[in-house]
Write a protein that binds this ligand. Structure first.
Ligand code: G6P
Length: 608
């Protein structure tokens, strides 16, 4: 996830100030490098957040138009060369891009053969060269730009300029948000309304597959293939701070509502459904080594360790490799047995958690292959591991991790399929997994439609001081994660427990004041979990069940039910956790707690 911003105006402005100001309200979308361009004053880029760029800005950076970008790296390290805006061979076409060009390798090969040379490792730069190529036969900048956009596959929110036509900005959207601001004799473009609101409240949202040509006096919208689009402007009533959260009251809720996109982006361009395969570019260099691996140790902390637990079950069931999960802080000190046919895999959102990093270093010292399943591109874990799989979930701001968790589960499912196909998983089995992965984002969107029910259930249990979460097999992890989220955000006592293990202790706590959340999708262990629910009801414990659509019987067993759509067993934790994240959010909100900043906790724990 990155942030884009741009403007074109009749009124003279200090372009540098306007652009940097715009970027500062998009900071939550990325912060590993920033850059701006104006046709009159050129480009400036810097590694780090917008404040670093500001320090580098020459005085009097003028212009009546310009584009700006905050980067959250996907292709290429977060360096100045890879920072946007990117340009063509002659420095004439400039653009900023939020998204991923999936067919960038084939386009790059074609452009290189036509004589283009590239200054960065990014997929984005390809687009500038493509426009340059089209300008050879189509002198109209907007037409050449649209022709180039028609050639790219993937996701994008783009804003593009041409030195020879400086008042024009061509914008396009496919899967990444783009909003146009309409001022008096000026137009703006951004990834969300927050940087536009200080200039105007009138906006038009671009839809997927649309392009727009902005000048100070006009904004013409077209379908990618050319048909014009008429769309009236909307007036935004929120304030700028709320706009940064996309209108949500908290980042936590915004990020839960981004879980469908996070899963989508983790799988994007990686699934080859027809062949029942995945393509994980980051593992190419260690593909042969991975075939020799005899044992995998997943190391992680907090929420990431629960994703790892579900990952252990996925890999063992489908790829048949022995896996264990180690809490990173334990792994470091318990002298584990590691040798050169062991792979130590770190699972981490930030890529900076000190214990996880040290676990990887320990693995390396003992000769293991080290891998990272990490969200933050260029983070220390990403750099120090031999290879890895990026999550592409976009920046996560709320301390309690939500969208990174579903992305971690998705990446572990991709990893499972990758390893499985190396070790005898059939095309048919691979296809079932790949197709189920592909369908997940829409299934999550189904759950969002049921938010009101979840909110109602959270309200019903508002006075509870203790919660038990039970789950089995793939959803043991969900039980731990559901309990952790409630503890972190509401400060109530919540415990996760294996449903079968409950009888060995936890059941003693149960009475009519101690509710249980039972994760009971219709999977291979459903019958077992259903009898555990029965045992709790017999002891007068209230039960909230997470169940699969169509399970009517559970309504008789549980006091309340949150339904999730159907998927294959191994992917149920990705769906089952969504209502639990929403439940934790709404439960905490009733207590008036600032869920984004729980007391005593930090987003990234870089101390022991
Ligand atoms: C902190 C965060 C958690 C996170 C854990 C691991 O405790 O509050 O949300 O799960 O660190 O962080 P990582 O960045 O390594 O995933």
């Amino acid at each position: 996830m990155c942030g884009i911003f741009g403007f074109t105006t009749e009124n003279a402005k200090n372009a540098g100030e306007v652009l940097i100001d715009g970027l500062s309200s998009l900071e939550y979308r990325g912060y590993d490098s920033a850059g701006i361009f104006t046709p009159e004053s050129g480009a400036v880029k810097a590694v780090g957040p917008a404040s670093h760029l500001k320090r580098k800005m020459p005085a009097g950076f003028f212009g009546r138009s310009g584009i700006a970008h905050l980067r959250w790296a996907t292709h290429g390290e977060p360096t100045e060369e890879n920072a946007h805006p990117h340009t063509d061979c002659e420095g004439e076409v400039w653009l900023v891009h939020n998204g991923i060009v999936e067919n960038f390798k084939e386009l790059k090969t074609k452009l290189a053969a036509a004589g283009h040379t590239f200054a960065s490792q990014t997929d984005t730069e390809i687009i500038a060269h493509l426009v340059e190529e089209h300008l050879k036969t189509e002198p109209d900048f907007a037409k050449a730009a649209i022709a180039a956009i028609n050639e790219i596959r993937g996701t994008y929110g783009i804003a593009m300029q041409y030195r020879a036509d400086p008042s024009k900005i061509v914008v396009a959207r496919m899967g990444s948000p783009v909003v146009i601001g309409i001022g008096e004799h000026e137009r703006f473009v951004a990834s969300d309304p927050s940087p536009i609101l200080r200039h105007t409240r009138d906006v038009v949202y671009l839809e997927d597959g649309e392009v727009a040509i902005l000048t100070p006096e006009s904004h013409e919208i077209y379908k990618l293939h050319g048909a014009p689009v008429e769309r009236a402007a909307e007036r935004i009533e929120w304030d700028a701070a709320a706009a940064q959260r996309g209108g949500y009251e908290h980042f936590m809720l915004k990020e839960i509502m981004e879980e469908a996109d996070a899963v989508r982006n983790t799988s994007l361009g990686r699934l080859i459904e027809k062949e029942g395969m995945v393509k994980l570019g980051g593992l190419e260099s260690v593909e042969e080594k991975l075939k020799q691996v005899k044992r995998i140790i997943l190391v992680a902390c907090g929420t990431a360790s629960y994703a790892a637990l579900a990952g252990e079950y996925m890999i063992e069931e489908h790829a048949r490799i022995p896996v264990e999960v180690d809490i990173a802080s334990e792994f470091r000190y318990r002298t584990p047995v590691i040798n050169d046919d062991t792979a130590v895999v770190a699972v981490s959102q930030s890529g900076e958690t000190l214990d996880t990093l040290e676990a990887i270093r320990e693995g390396k010292r003992r000769g293991a292959l080290t891998l990272g399943i990490v969200n933050a591109v260029g983070s220390t874990i990403a750099r120090e591991t031999d290879a890895g799989v990026y999550l592409h979930a976009g920046p996560e701001i709320s301390v309690a991790s939500t969208k990174a968790y579903v992305s971690q589960l998705t990446a572990l499912a991709l990893f499972t399929l990758f390893l499985g196909r190396q070790r005898g998983v059939s095309i048919e089995e691979g296809r079932v997994i790949a197709e189920a992965l592909k369908a997940l984002p829409e299934r999550i969107e189904e759950i969002y439609k049921r938010t009101k029910d979840i909110q109602r259930i959270a309200k019903k249990y508002a006075d509870a001081r203790d919660f038990l979460f039970i789950g089995r097999k793939y959803n043991l992890a969900t039980a731990f994660e559901g309990a952790l989220k409630l503890k972190e955000t509401s400060y109530v006592h919540a415990e996760g427990c294996g449903a079968g293990e409950m009888k060995h202790g936890h059941l003693a706590m149960i009475d009519e004041h101690f509710p249980t959340v039972a994760i009971a999708p219709s999977d291979s262990v459903y019958e077992k979990t259903a009898s555990n629910i029965q045992e709790i009801r017999t002891r007068k414990g209230p039960v909230i069940a997470i169940a699969t659509d169509g399970n009517e019987e559970i309504k008789e067993l549980a006091n309340d039910v949150m339904y999730i759509p159907k998927t294959i067993d191994m992917l149920t934790p990705i769906l089952a956790v969504v209502p639990l994240h929403l439940f934790a959010y709404y439960f905490a909100r009733q207590k008036g707690i600032n869920v984004d900043r729980p007391r005593n906790l930090a987003k990234s724990v870089t101390v022991e």
